[in-house]
Design a protein around this ligand. Structure first.
Ligand code: SAH
Ligand code: SF4
Ligand code: F3S
Length: 484
């Protein structure tokens, strides 16, 4: 998703289920691993941990399926269509397996956790199933398969954060990287499968996070995105190794962690995702305002603009609370861009309630949004308590209205930017032309401009000359000198 597709301001219901560029980079080693990732940024970050664990066993990654000894799919369960896409892929791999009986095919991630043995037993599509907290066990699971057995480990952990594992940066541009700062989720949004697939929330030792950011900076990376399902509830107690036993002991919260990472270097940009409206504090906003290198961009999923629907979704905030958080962002960080997630057609959503989502969008005017049709997920509160009663065609129509409105807002934002000059971190060559470079401004909008003598990893001042709803086009005014 974000960061992986140039100019990805195209709104797409399948966004979080799209295959990625992760398997593009090949690493050295005798046995070959073909790794494909679906879902959110956390899954991409996990795939880099998996590549690292298996690199220690002599595996190198390949993008060529034919030469693979092991094929792993890191999967997503967030919506039904995300799972369908993986099933289609697995059926495809089954044919590869017929050609090469020694090929090991495994499923990782959220679908592995949700379906557990089902993929091995009932569907016979795979040899190996490993949940998100079981990746250290992958080498022995692969050995089991090599010995002729099916292998499964879907144990969830209360402690695992893979803090000591140095991820192998796959699909990299050498400039931007993800850092997981926590795992799991303790919220129980009634529509969401994540608490079941990722387990309990736990934070990662801040020292290991700062160390990873420092190493990335020393390797030439210039932007890190701190990842968690709800970064605002990041909490680490220095004396009890994370678990909050004694509130009197020094604790690191998210605002403090942000500051620690921002201090690594003024030339290292910091982004983060995802913020939760119920937990996002003014402290975090003040820290963002205080550091030039913390990007002025917040992803604040609203899901619905109607308080009753929000209650059924168990989001634990009201429309008014959410709008108050938006006001706080504007007040403390006037140049901050804001994006969101919206669900169309949740259980019992009336036409008036849908219109409240529309009116909230008009009030906030998001820079960008991910928009989805509600998809009922097994075991969730919504599946147990409410009927998925909005007809498919109504969901589709409401989603289309939401998407059309967002497109017009994105275009409006971009048009307002024409004539302005932004500091851009160059990520690489534009996909559309070798003669152009692309990079994002602090607000996370992609800008494309003629190459000149600049290169990836450098900062530049770019003046915007033209735009589409997805991208800004510009020209370099000067090479940037970052203030110390
Ligand atoms: N932790 C993040 C979101 C993770 S899932 C948060 O709390 O905001 C990413 C997005 O997928 C959600 O924000 C939601 O908009 C969407 N989503 C989750 N479950 C869904 C479902 N069952 N149907 C449709 N969209 C869903
Ligand atoms: Fe899902 Fe809610 Fe947790 Fe986000 S905060 S991962 S939507 S349960
Ligand atoms: Fe999907 Fe799991 Fe992420 S369900 S969105 S891969 S946490």
């Amino acid at each position: 998703m974000e960061g992986l597709h140039e100019g990805d301001k195209v709104i797409d219901d399948s966004l979080q289920g799209s295959a990625t560029l992760l398997d593009k980079v090949e690493t050295e080693g005798s046995k070959k691993l073909y790794l494909e990732s679906y879902g959110c940024q956390m899954n991409f970050a996990d795939s880099e941990v998996v590549a690292s664990i298996l690199a220690n066993e002599g595996y190198s990654t390949t993008k060529n399926l034919e030469e693979a000894d092991v094929v792993l799919l890191n999967t997503c369960s967030i919506r039904d269509n995300a799972e369908q896409r993986v099933r289609n892929r697995l059926t495809h791999f089954k044919r590869n397996k017929e050609d090469n009986p020694n090929l090991v095919v495994g499923v990782l991630g959220c679908m592995a956790e949700r379906l557990k043995k089902q993929l091995l037993e009932e569907e016979k599509l795979v040899d190996l199933v490993a949940g998100p907290d079981a990746y250290r066990d992958l080498p022995s699971l692969i050995d089991e398969v090599d010995d002729g057995r099916k292998a499964v480990n879907v144990l969830l952990s209360r402690e695992e954060t893979y803090a000591d594992i140095k991820p192998i940066r796959l699909g990299q541009n050498g400039v931007t990287a993800f850092i997981s700062i926590m795992r799991g989720c303790d919220n129980m949004c009634s529509f969401c499968v994540v608490p079941f697939t990722r387990g309990r929330e736990r934070s990662r030792n801040p020292e290991s996070i700062v160390e990873e950011a420092t190493e990335l900076f020393n390797q030439g990376f210039r932007e890190v995105t701190l990842l968690g399902q709800n970064v605002d509830s990041y909490r680490w107690n220095m004396s009890s190794k994370g678990r909050i036993k004694d509130e009197a002991k020094p604790t690191v919260n998210f605002a403090q962690l942000l500051e620690m990472v921002a201090k690594v270097s003024p030339e290292l940009r910091i982004r983060f995702s995802t913020s939760h409206p119920k937990d996002m504090t003014d402290d975090v906003l003040h820290t963002m305002a205080a550091y030039h290198n913390i990007c002025k961009y917040i992803h604040l999923p609203v899901q619905s603009g109607n308080t009753e629907v929000l209650e059924r979704m168990n989001r634990t905030y009201t429309r008014e609370w959410y709008l108050n958080r938006i006001d706080a962002i504007h007040r403390i960080i006037p140049d901050c861009a804001i994006s969101t997630d919206v669900i169309a057609g949740f259980c019992g959503e009336t036409e008036e309630q849908h219109q409240e989502t529309i009116s909230l969008m008009k009030e906030v005017k998001y820079d960008f949004a991910y928009m989805f049709k509600y998809s009922e997920r097994p075991r969730t509160l919504a599946e147990r308590k409410f009927e998925d009663d909005i007809p498919e065609e109504v969901k589709t129509r409401r989603l289309t209205e939401i998407i059309d409105l967002q497109m017009s807002h994105s275009l409006e934002h971009n048009q307002k930017n024409v004539g302005k000059t932004f500091e851009v971190l160059i990520e690489g060559t534009s996909k559309r032309s070798d003669e152009h470079l692309c990079g994002r401004n602090s607000q996370n909008t992609m800008i494309i401009f003629p190459k000149g003598n600049l290169k990836a990893g450098e900062y530049a001042h770019v003046k915007v000359t033209d735009c589409t709803s997805a991208t800004l086009l510009g020209e370099v005014v000067s090479k940037e000198v970052i203030p110390a």
